[in-house]
Design a protein around this ligand. Structure first.
Ligand code: VG1
Ligand code: CO
Length: 543
């Protein structure tokens, strides 16, 4: 094998965001762009010599080419073994599982997740560490630093590896093992859930629609739901991964999964609707006539997890990202377990999971997961819901309403303002940051501010500090508004405004979220002067 050492120079802006490095696909296709980032990552972990990795992606445009480059670079850098999903396919949770099961030194996941795919859309690379979880901030900082100093990279001059054929081949001294992307993930799911009970549910006539959104979960959902659990064929819709996701946004929310929402709100709705995102780590849950907010879903899964075999002895704790509603906190308090509030992004859950402090984690953005891997896991959440439905023998609506009666309800909504000019978004955030200290005690739109701060997180396991994680406004009467700038977009800035209002236990649970949140929204818009700074107050996407 001939190893070529090629000269290169740093490329600006290769700073990983909330979840890896995300850019326009054409940017990733520019000479040296991918190569620099991969070499910088290998440099940041102390080289690839003798190491093993997992590589796979969500099947979007440029997935296969990027994998061939990574294989050749891993071989040239002295790696011992790379495990790749057949045809380059691996969902994010399946990749996390393979890293853990094979005790590899980490893995590369090629995905821009919920962002659209195609030559004119988005691409991304995430590096996960040996615990199977997203690189923690201290590692992403080292990777970024390495991108600013890079002057050469190594690549093997060899033919492409045949990714269609399961089995082992060699690239010089390195073994490439092409594996079935679904097999070990499915085996893991079988250890967690009562598949017999779910099978009985389907054979009893329970109906479901799973929208894979032409993204990576198609093969996983078809194999597990239809082939293994006996859901009728056709339960999985849009199950073939496409390079451009059929030109849709593979983002499971009421806006981008509208056909599923329409079905679930209509007369012929099945018992359960679910969808997953580009790389299979997010989930949307909809019952007949009822959308379950991700924050509620997290709380309901935590409260009912003991009904599934893996969690029957109880859970050790719950973690949620800061903007996620406090519905899960109520469950943690009732169970008498620890509850943690972390910054946005799955990388902050890893330490808590590794230390056994939490069993279940979740985010308002439709990510839920447990200690079975170190990523959020879309199908896991769907299977846990199915397991719970099979045991409780109630509808989704009954379970949700019962939950609100028992614990109280946290009305919740997120507004996204996309493609805002970065300078304007930053000016709004800076101005808001500047007035936080003076806000408590003042009233806006009839809401009295009880606290106002910028969230920072002290990791209780390794003591690290993460600052600037969102601006929080608390209001009397358990209202809250959070402002954050997205770290996954590829165009301008996206402002996220998260709105929440909690009820008393036994309080009114049947209001519409719009009505329940209108006061908090009005106050948040007034305090931030969003209209003045960005010239608009109508979001592109409401979830
Ligand atoms: C968004 C979500 C966040 C999630 C992240 C990655 O980040 O808000 O909760 O962890 O996407 O999800 P941001 O910085 O844009 O708000 V995925 O499924 O797109 O990798
Ligand atoms: Co994702």
């Amino acid at each position: 094998m001939k190893v070529d050492t090629r000269a290169t120079a740093p490329i600006e802006g290769q700073k990983p965001g909330t979840s890896g490095l995300r850019k326009k696909t054409r940017v990733f296709m520019e000479p040296e762009y991918l190569e620099n980032f991969i070499q910088a990552t290998l440099n940041a972990i102390g080289g690839a010599g003798g190491k093993s990795f997992v590589v796979g992606g969500d099947g979007r445009y440029f997935n296969r080419e990027a994998i061939q480059t990574i294989l050749k670079m891993a071989a040239a850098n002295g790696a011992r073994l790379v495990i790749v999903g057949q045809d380059g396919i691996l969902s994010t949770p399946a990749a996390s599982n393979l890293i853990r099961q094979n005790k590899t030194d980490g893995g590369f996941i090629l995905s821009a997740s919920h962002n659209p795919g195609g030559i004119d859309e988005d691409f991304g690379v995430k590096f996960n560490a040996e615990n199977g979880g997203p690189a923690p901030e201290k590692l992403t900082a080292r990777i970024f630093e390495a991108t600013t100093r890079i002057d050469q990279y190594q690549i093997a001059e060899v033919d492409d590896v045949d990714l269609a054929r399961i089995g082992e081949t060699r690239l010089g001294d390195m073994t490439v093992r092409v594996v079935d992307p679904v097999e070990s993930y499915k085996a893991l799911m079988e250890t967690l859930f009562d598949f017999d009970a779910i099978r009985a549910l389907f054979s009893g006539g329970f109906t479901m629609r799973f929208d894979a959104m032409h993204a990576v979960t198609g093969p996983y959902a078809t194999e597990i739901l239809e082939n293994t659990l006996g859901a009728p064929s056709g339960t999985v819709a849009n199950g073939i991964p496409l390079e451009d996701f059929g030109k849709g946004h593979p983002d499971p929310n009421p806006i981008w999964a509208k056909p599923l929402m329409d079905l679930m709100m209509g007369a012929d709705a099945p018992d359960l609707g679910a969808a997953s995102d580009g790389d299979g780590d997010r989930n949307m849950i909809v019952g007949r006539g009822i959308y379950v907010t991700p924050s509620d879903s997290l709380a309901i899964l935590a409260a009912n997890a003991h009904l599934a075999p893996a969690y029957e002895k109880g859970i050790s704790g719950i973690a949620r990202s800061m903007p996620t509603s406090a519905a899960a906190d109520r469950v943690a308090a009732a169970l008498g377990v620890e509850c943690f509030e972390t910054p946005t992004g799955w990388k902050f859950f890893g330490n808590l999971l590794d230390a056994g402090r939490v069993t279940i984690c979740g985010e308002e953005s439709a990510g839920t997961g447990s200690d079975h891997v170190r990523e959020k896991d879309g199908l896991w959440a769907v299977l846990l819901w199915l397991n719970i439905l099979a045991v409780r023998k109630q509808s989704v609506a009954e379970i949700v309403n019962d939950h609100w009666q028992t614990y109280g309800r946290n009305y919740y909504s997120r507004f996204d303002f996309e493609a805002v000019a970065s300078d304007k978004a930053n000016a709004m955030m800076d101005a808001l940051r500047g007035k936080l200290a003076g806000l408590p005690g003042q009233s806006f739109a009839g809401q009295t501010v009880s606290f106002a701060d910028e969230f920072s997180y002290h990791d209780p396991v390794d003591g690290s500090l993460s600052e600037n994680q969102g601006l929080r406004l608390g209001f009397e009467g358990d209202g809250r508004a959070v402002f954050r700038l997205s770290g996954t977009g590829t165009e301008g800035a996206t402002i996220r405004l998260y709105l929440e209002r909690g009820t008393e236990q036994g309080g009114e649970t049947s209001m519409s979220p719009q009505d329940a949140l209108s006061g908090v929204l009005a106050a948040a818009l007034e305090i931030s002067d969003m209209e003045g700074f960005i010239g608009r107050t109508t979001p592109d996407v409401t979830t």
